[in-house]
Ligand binder design. Structure first.
Ligand SMILES: Nc1ncnc2c1ncn2[C@@H]1O[C@H](COP(=O)(O)OP(=O)(O)OP(=O)(O)O)[C@@H](O)[C@H]1O
Length: 678
C-alpha cells in the first residue's frame, strides 16, 4: 500500500515522506522513534525549574493575538494556569496555533521550561487534549525540517491502523516464548506507543532480535546456496606443491600451514570456496594467497588478485614474483598507470589464457576483462566479494573460488555474524622472531626526543615512518600537512638524512616510485598520510611516529603500527598526542599495553560502545535500524542460535516459516541485491 493512499497525504507531504525513506505504509510502520520523551515528570507550574523537561496539566487561560515580528516572523503566546500559577506557551511562526486552543479547556503540555524576565515559559511544547490516550512515554521521530513531529506522528498512527494487512507474524509462539520475544506486531506497536518502560524495553529487544535474525538468516542461506552450487572447478593439489613450499624463503608457521590445508581442501571441492582468512597485521597472509594461486596456476587455471590500492597491488606483484622465482608462473600487473598499449596486450593474453595470475585493484573485475579459465579470486575484506559480484562473474561464464583476506581483528561471535556467508580461517600466530613493538604515548613536548630516537635507529641502518594527522574528508589538507612536515624535518632535524613524502594526491606512478625507493632503502624517513595504512611491507622500517594519534581509531592505529615490526629488528611506535580527555588517554594506553589486534578490538569496542569499529556497511551489509552488534551481543547470540537451527533443519522451506522466508528474501533482494536462493 502506497503512503499516498492515506488520508491527508498530498503530493508535497509524499515528497517529504520520501525524503525520510517512507514510500509505502509499511515503511511508516517500520519508521521507529529515535528517542522517547519521558512524561513521567508531571509537575505543577510553580514547581518547575529553568531548563527542565516537564509535563504539565493545565487550563487555557488567555489566548493572545498573533504578534508580527521583524522579517515576516510571527510569535504566538497562550497563557495557561493551574492551581499554583501561570505559564506562557510560546510558538514561533505558527499563527494557526491559537485556533487549536479554547479558553477554559484542559490540556497536557510537555516541553522544556524557560524562566526569564519573571515569566515561566514553555517554548513550542507538545500538547495533547485527549486524556484517555495520554501516554507517559512519548515517541520522538527522526524527522527533518519539512515534516513536523506532529504530522509525522499522525501519518505513522494512520499507517499503524493497517498493521494487520501490512505485517505478518514470523515466529511460532513456542519460539517467542523461548527467546522472550513479543509477536512482531505487538513489538512494533509498543515501540511506537509504549505503555511503560518495561514494555518498551521488551519491544526494543524483540525488534533487535528480528533484525539480527533476518540478516543472519540471509547470510547463512547465502552460504548454504553456495554450498549447494556445485559448479566451480575441482583443483587437486599439484605435484609441484611440496617443492614450491620448500623454495619459500621461510617455513610456514603451524597456523599458516593449517589455513593452507583448509584452502587446498576447498579448492579440491567442486563447490565454490568462499573463505575468509583472518589474521592480525603481519601474520603472513600474502604467502597463503600465493600458495593457493600457485596451485591453481600449476593446474592450468587463472587467478585474479585484487588489492585496495595501487601501492598494494604493486607490492603484491613484486612479492609474488619473488616467491614464484623460477617457477613457470606467468604473472602480470594492471593498474591505472599501466600504459594503454601494454594493458591491451595483457588483456589479450589473459583472454587467451597465457597469463596465470593477474594482480590489480578492484577495477580489475569490473572492467571488461575476459578470462580464459578464471578459477580463483583473491580479494580483501573492505571490498567484500559478495554474492552479487560472484553472480556477475557467473554471468560472464565463471564461477571461481573466492578467498578473502582481512587484518581486521573481530571477536569470533561477531565474525561468525558479519561473515556468516563464509567459512573462516584464522591465523592465530605470528611468524617466529617477531618482537613486541614497543609503543609509547607521549605529549608533543617530547617530540624532539622522539626525533633523536629516530636518528639513532637510522644510524643503525633502519628506516622510519612519520605519519601525519588524519584530516577527515580532505586529502588535500592532509597532503599539505605531510609536505610541510617533510620540509620541516628536512630543514631542521634531519638535514643529513633522505626524506620523502607519500600522500593520496600523488599520481600513482609517483607513489609507486616513492614506495620503491623506500623499499630499496633509498629513503630514510618516509613522511606519509594514512595511505600507508594497509598492507605495506618494508621489514627494515623499525620506527613509526604518529602525529595527533588521538584522531585515529584504535583499529587504524593498530594497522598503522603494523607497518613496523615486520622483520627481525626490534621495532618502536611513538604516539604523539596532547589530548587530555580521559577516554582518549585510556585508548592510547591500550596501544602501549598490547600488540594483539583482537585484544585491541575488544577493548576499543567496550570503550566506544558502538558498532563503529565493525560498521556493517563497511562490510557490505545493510545497516540495522535498532540493533547494535556490539551493544546487543547477547541478543545477537540468541539470534545466531535460532538462525543456525532454522538453516540446519531447512525450516525456511516449510509453510510455518514462509513469512520469515519472505522477509529474508526481501532483504536479500532489496538490500543485499544478490541473487535468489531456492
Ligand atoms: N612463516 C613465516 N616466517 C617468517 N616470515 C614470514 C612468514 N610468513 C610471512 N613472513 C613475512 O612476514 C611479513 C609479513 O607478511 P605479510 O605481508 O604477508 O603479512 P600480512 O598478513 O599480509 O600483514 P598485513 O595485514 O599487515 O598486510 C613479510 O615480510 C613476510 O615475508
Amino acid at each position: 500500500m502506497k503512503i499516498n493512499e492515506l488520508k491527508g497525504v498530498g503530493s508535497k507531504t509524499e515528497q517529504y515522506l520520501l525524503s525520510l525513506g517512507i514510500n509505502e505504509v509499511k515503511d511508516a510502520i517500520y519508521f521507529f522513534p529515535r528517542d522517547y520523551e519521558d512524561r513521567n515528570n508531571i509537575k505543577c507550574i510553580s514547581e518547575t525549574i529553568n531548563d527542565e523537561f516537564v509535563t504539565l496539566i493545565c487550563e487555557v487561560s488567555l489566548i493572545l493575538p498573533t504578534k508580527k515580528l521583524k522579517f515576516g516572523k510571527y510569535i504566538n503566546k497562550i497563557i495557561f494556569k493551574d492551581n499554583s500559577g501561570f505559564l506562557t506557551g510560546v510558538w514561533f511562526n505558527q499563527p494557526y496555533i491559537k485556533n487549536n486552543f479554547q479558553v477554559g479547556e484542559r490540556v497536557i503540555l510537555s516541553g522544556k521550561i524557560t524562566r526569564k524576565f519573571g515569566e515561566i515559559q514553555i517554548i513550542d511544547p507538545q500538547y495533547d487534549k485527549d486524556f484517555n490516550v495520554f501516554k507517559s512515554i512519548n515517541p520522538i521521530y527522526p524527522t527533518n525540517k519539512n515534516l513536523s513531529q506532529k504530522i509525522l506522528k499522525k501519518i505513522i498512527s494512520q499507517s499503524l491502523l493497517h498493521i494487520d494487512t501490512q505485517i505478518s507474524e514470523m515466529l511460532h509462539s513456542e519460539i517467542l516464548k523461548r527467546y522472550e520475544i513479543l509477536p512482531l506486531k505487538d513489538a512494533i506497536m509498543n515501540l511506537h506507543y509504549p505503555n511503560d518502560r518495561a514494555t518498551l524495553n521488551k519491544a526494543q529487544k524483540s525488534i533487535k532480535f528480528y533484525e539480527l535474525l533476518i540478516l543472519q538468516l540471509c547470510l547463512l542461506q547465502a552460504k548454504k546456496t553456495s554450498e549447494e552450487n556445485k559448479n566451480s572447478f575441482s583443483i587437486k593439489v599439484c605435484r609441484e606443491m611440496k617443492d614450491f613450499k620448500n623454495s619459500l624463503p621461510f617455513q610456514l608457521t603451524t597456523a599458516q600451514s593449517k589455513v593452507v590445508r583448509e584452502i587446498l581442501t576447498d579448492l579440491k571441492n567442486i563447490r565454490p570456496m568462499n573463505r575468509l582468512v583472518q589474521g592480525d597485521v603481519g601474520s603472513g597472509k600474502t604467502v597463503i594467497a600465493a600458495i593457493a594461486m600457485f596451485n591453481c596456476a600449476m593446474n592450468g587455471y587463472q587467478c585474479a588478485m585484487m588489492a585496495p590500492t595501487e601501492i598494494l597491488a604493486e607490492q603484491h606483484f613484486n612479492t609474488l614474483r619473488k616467491l614464484f622465482g623460477d617457477w613457470n608462473v606467468n604473472i602480470e600487473l594492471i593498474t591505472g598507470s599501466t600504459p594503454q598499449k601494454q594493458k591491451r596486450q595483457i588483456l589479450e593474453r589473459l583472454a587467451e589464457g597465457d597469463i596465470n595470475i593477474i594482480i590489480g585493484t578492484h577495477a580489475l573485475i569490473q572492467e571488461n576483462v575476459d578470462f580464459n579459465r578464471l578459477a580463483l579470486v583473491v580479494t580483501d575484506e573492505q571490498h567484500r566479494f559478495g554474492v552479487r559480484q560472484r553472480a556477475e562473474l557467473v554471468n560472464k561464464g565463471h564461477n571461481p573460488h573466492v578467498l578473502v583476506m582481512t587484518a581486521t581483528p573481530i571477536p569470533r561471535t561477531l565474525a561468525l555474524f558479519i561473515y556468516g556467508d563464509m567459512d573462516i580461517s584464522l591465523i592465530n600466530e605470528l611468524p617466529p622472531g617477531r618482537q613486541k613493538i614497543n609503543t609509547y604515548a607521549v605529549r608533543s613536548n617530547l617530540r624532539e626526543r622522539a626525533y633523536n630516537f629516530i636518528k639513532q635507529q637510522i644510524l643503525l641502518g633502519r628506516q622510519a615512518y612519520v605519519v601525519c594527522p588524519l584530516v577527515e574528508e580532505s586529502e588535500k589538507i592532509e597532503a599539505q600537512s605531510a609536505l610541510e612536515t617533510a620540509e620541516k624535518l628536512k630543514n631542521i632535524y634531519f638535514k643529513e638524512f633522505k626524506i620523502d613524502v607519500l600522500h593520496g594526491k600523488l599520481k600513482s606512478t609517483e607513489k609507486d616510485n616513492v614506495m620503491k625507493k623506500f623499499k630499496e632503502g633509498d629513503i630514510d624517513i618516509l613522511v606519509s598520510t594514512t595511505v600507508i595504512e594497509v598492507g605495506v611491507n618494508v621489514p627494515n622500517a623499525t620506527i613509526m611516529l604518529i602525529e595527533n594519534a588521538d584522531r585515529f581509531g584504535l583499529a587504524q592505529l593498530h594497522q598503522l603500527r603494523g607497518r613496523v615490526g615486520r622483520g627481525i629488528h626490534k621495532s618502536y611506535c611513538i604516539l604523539i598526542s596532547d589530548a587530555s580527555n580521559k577516554e582518549t588517554k585510556e585508548r592510547l594506553k591500550i596501544m602501549t599495553e598490547t600488540n594483539d589486534g583482537f585484544v585491541i578490538a575488544e577493548k576499543d569496542m567496550f570503550l566506544r560502545g558502538t558498532g563503529e569499529f565493525f560498521g556493517l556497511r563497511q562490510h557490505g551489509l545493510p545497516e540495522l535500524k535498532l540493533a547494535d552488534i556490539i551493544k546487543d551481543r547477547e541478543i545477537l547470540k540468541e539470534a545466531q542460535e535460532l538462525s543456525k537451527w532454522i538453516i540446519e533443519n531447512n525450516l525456511l522451506q516449510i509453510q510455518e516459516f514462509s513469512n520469515l522466508k519472505n522477509e529474508v528474501e526481501r532483504l536479500f533482494f532489496e538490500k543485499l541485491n544478490k541473487h535468489t536462493f531456492n
